[in-house]
Design a protein around this ligand. Structure first.
Ligand code: PMP
Length: 464
């Protein structure tokens, strides 16, 4: 517990109630309860307006604060930079922009350029525009279509929602942009819905990827220019692709001359125990977008990283010297972003957090498997590094999803106990049956055990 000034904070609560439009929140619920204000954070923990301590198992709610709260070294570096030089548009250069790009690309063999943006959605939008412009300059206007996958999410703008694989989330916002075409998901646990129930492991993985080729052939290979995929699907239910999947995707990308755009907004910068999620699978992306963990929420920054080949398309069109990427991002020029990102990366390296993520990720997965032996409602356990999920079912045989109200009740019980865990796709009621765990990369064995113990207790109470 912490002792905060109750008077100051009661005013804040009232201001929140009167003026804040919370993200992803059905506001009706705030008619009967107070909004929760997070006042302080340190390491893995946050404190609310009542001084109550919570162990944060979701890194700031949406898998962002990779290096944990209260990092004074990042705050100090940002402050020093801001008083020296806070902003100039990326039409010109900056010291932290150059230095972070160099350091970042050192972790991404094969990629050599960075375009700075502010959010995951914006990074993906800019990547889609690059792909469209490449279709014009390289392919004479052909190959304009972009493939995306069922259950993947790429952002909140209309363009990103056009590539959104979560129908329920999109329902009220159409019409969407043309030229985005869906391919099937690769969640083996739900293979029966796809008609591939007799396949498993690598056979299922290759089948799910073969389906991409089928879509390309149906659309016409000369119309399809790119595929955008999450390396491990995040909000769609922590879907770790089965063996064989990514190898086959790379074969298809090569065969049909596609741009491989990997959305690392969640997995990028350590979340899965490697710098990037795609690095588990040996694939060769042309474009990689990243956001959340880039500066762990200490500044707003996202990036589009590309190969030199992609970049070259924009600088050398012999018949059109004015062929360049006609895009700007105002706050892509804010120096706080790359400075925070540099320190963030330095912390991950000096504290050996990738190794910790691998070790603690294994512990988390082991604990969740042990929980599955105690609770029949856990139908599937999935994850890589400190990014894990459990899929909850009403019946293990039919795999009928556990009703959303019960999933939420488990998360709420954990919150009551002082643990913040995630329930996937709060805006996707029909598939909101996963609990998500993505603690900061600094998590200790005690933290991991405490998180899973709280879920054990909550499930016991809610489902008894
Ligand atoms: N891509 C993925 C995989 C995401 O999970 C998200 C956000 N949850 C986004 C893109 C969009 O990022 P932002 O909210 O920063 O726009």
């Amino acid at each position: 517990m912490k002792d905060f000034n109750a008077n100051d904070l009661s005013h804040v609560v009232e201001a929140d109630r009167a003026h804040i439009w919370h993200h992803l929140m059905p506001h009706k619920s705030l008619e009967t309860t107070d909004p929760r204000i997070i006042v302080e954070g340190k390491g893995m923990r946050v404190w609310d307006q009542h001084g109550k301590e919570h162990l944060d198992a979701v890194s700031g709610g949406v898998w962002t604060v990779n290096v944990g709260y209260g990092r004074t070294e990042i705050a100090d570096a940002v402050r020093d930079q801001l008083v020296k030089m806070n902003y100039f548009a990326q039409t010109l250069g900056s010291i932290p922009g150059s230095l972070f790009a160099e350091r970042l690309l050192d972790k991404m063999p094969g990629l050599s350029r960075v375009f700075y943006t502010n959010s995951g959605s914006e990074a993906n939008e800019q990547a889609f525009k690059m792909i469209r412009q490449i279709a014009q300059t390289r392919h004479g206007g052909k190959k304009w279509k972009i493939l995306y996958r069922d259950r993947d999410y790429h952002g909140t703008t209309i363009g990103c929602m056009s590539a959104g694989g979560q129908d329920e989330r999109n329902e009220q916002y159409g019409p969407f942009a043309p030229g985005f075409v869906r391919v099937p998901h690769c969640l083996e646990y739900r293979k029966h819905d796809q008609g591939w129930g007799d396949l498993s492991g690598e056979d299922y993985g290759r089948r799910a990827a073969d389906a991409i080729e089928e879509v390309i052939l149906a659309e016409g290979p000369d119309t399809v220019g790119a595929i955008c995929l999450e390396p491990i699907t995040a909000g769609g239910g922590v879907i770790v692709p089965p063996p064989g999947y990514w190898e086959r995707v790379q074969e298809i990308v090569d065969k049909y001359d596609l741009i491989l755009h990997i959305d690392e907004v969640v997995c990028g910068i350590g979340r899965t125990g490697t710098w990037f999620g795609y690095q588990h699978y040996g694939v060769r992306p042309d474009i990689v977008t990243m956001a959340k963990g880039v500066a762990s929420g200490y500044a707003a920054i996202s990036c589009v990283a590309t190969t030199e080949e992609v970049f070259d398309t924009f600088k050398s069109a012999p018949d059109d010297p004015m062929n360049f990427f006609r895009a700007v991002s105002t706050f892509g020029g804010c120096a706080a972003g790359p400075v925070a990102a540099l320190k963030n990366m330095e912390i991950i390296e000096t504290e050996d957090l990738l190794r910790n993520t691998q070790a603690m990720g294994e512990r988390l997965l082991d604990n969740l498997h042990a929980l599955a032996e105690r609770h029949a409602a856990i139908g599937d356990v999935r994850g890589k590094g400190l990014f894990c999920g459990i899929e909850l079912v009403a019946d293990r045989d039919t795999r009928e999803p556990l009703p959303e109200a019960q999933v939420k009740a488990i998360a709420a019980d954990c919150m009551q106990q002082g643990y913040v865990i995630g329930a996937s796709n709060r805006s996707v009621p029909k598939r909101n049956n996963c609990l998500l765990f993505s603690p900061a990369l600094i998590a200790t064995a005690d933290d991991i055990d405490a998180i899973t113990a709280s879920v054990d207790e909550a499930m016991g109470r809610v489902l008894s």
